[in-house]
Design a protein around this ligand. Structure first.
Ligand code: FAD
Ligand code: NAP
Length: 509
């Protein structure tokens, strides 16, 4: 059981309270943290007002509950009485009220589809929406399939074949330039899940295999023709009559946002100190998983805390900066490295810090809207990071300095409170010495009197000096990441300085 202090921290209206949740738009009242909510849901209090009964809700009934003091919301066909949750919502009551008395699924998916509302709101469940009979034209397929069919010819297809010892599933994506980052394969308990990312769509092969397979699998990708082979090793060398039983989402092409997050359990193999409060966690993917997290994307970690599933996003980094990057000495399977700041009152990071080497944690597939192509044509790359907002910059730096030939300058301006908080300072300084295109500047908001570098907070004057184009018309990309208010202010300053929306990428959830 976690030892989570019950007091209201940070102080009401303090900066931390506003920033405690990266999605927070409003300060939460004291006693309204996520942990307080979890406690309330475990208190046995009747949060729906229905004394544990589940009902079928009609659209008319749903629409009646559209006030702050009586608010129901439908998400994916399930109706929740969110009235008691109002004051706990990190995005504020007004955001929640946007979906009051209606179907909030789209809104929810846009803002935070990763939040595990089923677990968070399970005590608020009122029931299911009553299904209206739809007079579908004969032969019409459910929405999932129609989407695929509308792009007929471009919809991927799959096939399979076998030898004495192997099963090979072949996916014909019908698109060029399929690379390893676009193929996510998992095989757990005989369930094979192969996902191909196609821009904002996802194609899925999902079957309950006919027979058991060995743990390790291989994935071959013929990039030019878009063919993906998933090679499974049979456990017993018997002839399979079929590949297996199709699962619910098998052979569908739908928008990525329409798929639930998929998690696999990863083993913690090492935990090393980066600074006094930040650690580098190395997680090992199962042998039966093929996944690599693209530059600029994040994953979600999931833990059960006080009986409730809690999910938080983290941005994988490399084990080192490109300076002397070597494959780590961990064996067997791919690794995900996460640089995580442990907050003394942090709900999730405290639980993470208590994980022991060898423990398992659930890691989602990657998400995020950053595209490498944004950097590929840039001549000047400016990175503005605050605190752990440095994490997306790690892979970005590696990619820019090793793979983007047209880049002339790569500058990182890194905001921290004190010198002790600077992540990978010496690696960054060494990288600047090694690669003349790269420059780093540290800015401290709470320096000691010995600090001779820049001090202060993000400001227009600081940025004006820092983000100067190397040539009058050079192509620029500016990436920014840190606490939400830092990022929002930074973007505003950059716009005021004349940079366009296309030249700025702000990392967010
Ligand atoms: P919470 O319980 O949510 O917060 C409570 C406590 O944390 C507060 O009491 C406060 O003391 C402290 N706290 C939280 N935020 C701040 C802040 N900005 N300043 C001061 N105190 C604060 N974090 C990483 O460490 N590494 C990453 O790679 C990373 N990637 C992220 C990627 C995305 C897309 C996003 C949106 C966030 C990312 N975060 C990352 C932040 C992470 O998701 C959590 O918000 C963070 O770990 C805090 O979680 P917690 O539950 O421990 O804290
Ligand atoms: P921190 O140590 O609290 O702050 C780092 C620096 O940012 C400090 O100099 C701090 O100055 C400054 N700062 C903080 N809030 C500010 C504000 N409102 N306006 C201007 N400057 C501000 O940071 P942290 O604890 O590491 O937090 C990092 C944040 O980055 C978290 O919120 C995390 O969610 C976010 N993050 C986001 C992503 C993503 O992809 N979206 C990835 C990683 C991390 P002060 O001394 O004045 O506080």
């Amino acid at each position: 059981m976690l030892n989570v202090p019950p007091q209201a921290f940070p102080a009401p209206a303090s900066q931390q309270r506003v920033a405690a949740d990266s999605r927070a738009k409003v300060p939460l009242k004291p006693g309204r943290s996520l942990m307080d909510w979890i406690r309330l849901t475990k208190s046995g209090k009747d949060l729906t007002g229905l004394k544990g009964r589940l009902i079928e809700v009609t659209e008319d009934e749903l629409a009646k509950h559209n006030k702050k003091e009586d608010c129901w919301i439908c998400i994916r066909g399930f109706v929740y009485n969110v009235t008691p949750y109002m004051e706990y919502h990190p995005g504020g009551e007004d955001e929640l009220m946007k979906a009051a008395g209606s179907d909030g699924t789209d809104l929810f998916d846009q803002v935070h589809r990763w939040v595990n509302y089923e677990s968070m709101l399970k005590e608020c469940l009122v029931g299911r929406m009553a299904v209206k009979p739809i007079a579908a034209p004969k032969g019409m397929l459910p929405e999932k399939k129609v989407l695929g069919a509308s792009a007929k010819g471009l919809t991927p297809s799959y096939d399979w074949f076998q030898t004495d010892s192997l099963i090979t599933v072949v996916i014909y994506t019908k698109q060029k330039d399929v690379n390893a980052e676009l193929v996510i394969v998992d095989c757990q308990d005989k369930q094979l899940r192969g996902e191909i990312i196609m821009d904002d769509h996802s194609y899925l092969v999902e079957v309950d295999l006919d027979h058991a397979v060995q743990e390790d699998l291989a994935v071959n990708i013929a990039e030019k023709v878009g063919k993906v082979e998933i090679i499974l090793k049979k456990k017993d060398n018997i002839h399979w009559k079929m590949l297996g039983r199709p699962l619910e989402s098998h052979n569908t092409l739908i928008k990525r946002t329409g798929r639930g997050l998929f998690y696999r359990k990863c083993k913690l193999v090492s935990k090393t100190e980066v600074t006094h409060d930040t650690k580098l966690f190395c997680l090992m993917l199962p042998k039966s998983t093929h996944l690599s997290v693209p530059t600029g994307q994040h994953v979600y970690l999931k833990q059960i805390i006080a009986g409730t599933e809690v999910v938080k996003p983290y941005t994988p980094v490399l084990p080192f900066l490109p300076l002397d990057f070597k494959e780590p000495s961990c064996h067997g399977g791919a690794h995900v490295y996460l640089m995580i700041k442990i907050y003394s009152c942090g709900l999730f990071t405290q639980a993470l810090d208590h994980l022991q080497i060898g423990d398992y944690i659930s890691v989602s597939s990657p998400e995020g809207n950053f595209k490498k192509s944004q950097v590929q044509t840039s001549e000047d790359l400016f990175l503005l990071a605050a605190g752990t907002g440095f994490t997306p910059m790690v892979k970005l730096l590696n990619f820019a300095l090793t793979e983007v030939s047209c880049l002339r300058t790569v500058k990182l301006i890194f905001f921290n409170k004190t010198e002790d908080d600077i992540l990978w300072r010496s690696q960054l300084e060494q990288l600047a010495l090694k690669d003349e295109r790269f420059e780093v500047q540290f800015v401290l908001s709470q320096p000691t009197k010995d600090w001779v570098g820049k001090h202060g907070k993000i400001s227009s004057s600081l940025l004006c000096e820092f983000v100067k184009r190397s040539r009058k018309d050079s192509k620029v990309l500016i990436c920014i990441c840190g606490p939400t208010p830092f990022t929002e202010q930074g973007v505003q300053y950059l716009k005021d300085l004349g940079y366009s929306q296309e030249e700025i990428h702000a990392f967010s959830a």
